[in-house]
Design a protein around this ligand. Structure first.
Ligand code: UGA
Length: 434
């Protein structure tokens, strides 16, 4: 099939490269000339495992992938996936202005197209957005009749940062949301090369349900982590190791062990944003969701819990504290909603000199949180040298291997926020919930 993907961000680029992998001919449309030039050189504009070789192969060898700034190029395709950003507003709701402008431009472009065209919303949008906003916008701008000349579907993504390509190529499920048969048929055709190859569930549903499935998925996982952290805080108070408890809970196949890693909680661009957006959408309708509000409350509590453990041991006023890890999770340079920001704030409030280390995210941390006061070390050993406490905030594998490096600390207190270190002789080890 000939497919266009609008947006060359993290989702759009992954989608475009993976569609090309499935044998489709793909054109990736973006307004950013530099991003387009990068892709056309055969390089991905984002860092994601498995993407460099795929973009290179499909741009330079198979010729199935190219990028453009010209919306008119969608006219050569049969289906267009829209993967545009939906930034958060202050009240947690999502700002749809970029989606609206992009789909209006798409609609105007499609006004000259002969025959049917399928438009698919890929961005995470609250239920009703596709049916009530995007479909009417595309229809009005194109002058085409919905369900007769043009169809608008919804196909949520379940891609994790760091494993997005693998998640796309070996999904647990593929959700195809459509409100008419022809759009559904096109969605099936797009995914057929994948669903024929791998054993995955295909869920065919309406666009509103498809939109909600994405939010429900992320809200459930975020709440699962918050529940184990809530239990973990109880465990810590009662002298119980949460990880032993979680391992046993995970043996129950109604629960499973996934997303029971207790610690500093969830960050990133997805859980915080999606939970806030679905809570805001519920609030808009007059429902205040107690469970999801509690999930956020527990999550916000975790950095403060760790800092209070620190206070139990040492007054860090005027002293050096090593902060290991700035990225919101290992394997990425993403610092959006990273728990480390709250930790730096709390440490600075206590008068500490924060010396941070991260193998990938220092630059982004500086750019995203210019107000935070911290020095940067080139290695964990440098951060630890002379420190009165060490906080591990991101489970980078290198941190698990630290050993003699702790000997250079002025006071060997190690607070593990991610269960990634083993207690060892010569250090005072405190786990956040174990
Ligand atoms: C998440 C979902 O897992 C994807 O399915 C979804 O597509 C994506 O959001 C999205 O909406 O685009 P991601 O944010 O990349 O993916 O990261 P996860 O690996 O899910 O981790 C989220 C956060 O939860 C991280 O801060 C992680 O440290 C934390 N977490 C995760 C825990 O604290 N404990 C756990 O047991 C698991």
């Amino acid at each position: 099939m000939r497919i266009s993907v609008i947006g060359s961000g993290y989702v759009g680029t992954t989608l475009a490269a993976c569609f090309a992998d499935l044998g489709h001919e793909v054109v990736n449309v973006d307004i950013d000339e530099e991003v387009v030039a990068t892709i056309n050189r055969g390089e991905p504009p984002i860092h994601e495992e498995g993407l460099p070789e795929r973009v290179a192969r499909h741009v330079t060898e198979t010729g199935r992938l190219r990028a453009t700034t010209d919306y008119d190029d969608v006219l050569e395709t049969e289906a267009t996936f829209v993967a545009l950003p939906t930034p958060s507003r202050d009240d947690g709701s999502i700002d749809l202005s970029i989606m609206e402008a992009g789909t209006e431009q798409l609609g105007e472009t499609l006004s000259t197209k002969e025959g049917w065209h399928t438009v698919v919303v890929k961005s995470t949008v609250v239920p009703g957005t596709t049916q009530d906003l995007i479909a009417p916008t595309v229809a009005a701008a194109s002058g085409k009749a919905l369900g007769e000349e043009i169809g608008v579907g919804m196909n949520p993504e379940f891609l994790r940062e760091g494993t997005a390509v693998a998640d796309f190529l070996e999904p647990d499920k593929v959700v195809l949301g459509a409100d008419d048969d022809r759009t559904l048929a096109d969605l099936r055709t797009v995914y057929e090369p994948l669903t024929e190859r791998v054993d995955t569930a295909v869920v065919e549903t309406g666009t509103r349900e498809a939109e909600m499935m994405k939010y429900a998925n992320n809200a459930f996982l975020a709440a699962k982590v918050s529940l184990i952290n809530d239990l973990g805080n109880i465990c810590k108070e009662l002298g119980v190791d949460t990880y032993e408890v979680a391992d046993a809970m995970g043996l129950d196949d109604r629960i499973t062990r996934a997303f029971l890693d207790s610690g500093l909680g969830w960050g990133g661009s997805c859980f915080p944003k999606d939970v806030a957006a679905i809570v805001a959408a519920a609030r808009d309708e007059g429902y205040e969701p107690p469970m999801l509000n509690a999930a956020v409350e527990v999550n916000d509590l975790m950095p403060a819990r760790l800092l209070s453990l620190l206070d139990d041991h040492v007054d860090v006023d005027g002293k050096q504290v090593a902060l290991l890890g700035l990225a919101f999770k290992p394997g990425t340079d993403d610092v959006r909603n990273t728990r480390s920001a709250a930790l730096v704030r709390g440490l600075t409030d206590r008068g500490a000199d924060v010396v941070a280390h991260d193998p990938a995210a220092v630059e982004r941390m500086r750019a995203s949180f210019p107000e935070l006061d911290f020095a940067v070390a080139d290695s964990p050993a440098e951060a630890l040298d002379g420190a009165h406490a060490c906080i591990v905030a991101t489970a980078w594998p290198d941190y698990s291997a630290l050993d003699d490096e702790f000997d250079a600390m002025a006071h060997p207190l190690v607070l593990d926020g991610r269960h990634c270190l083993e207690p060892r002789d010569g250090i005072v080890y405190e786990g956040l919930t174990w």
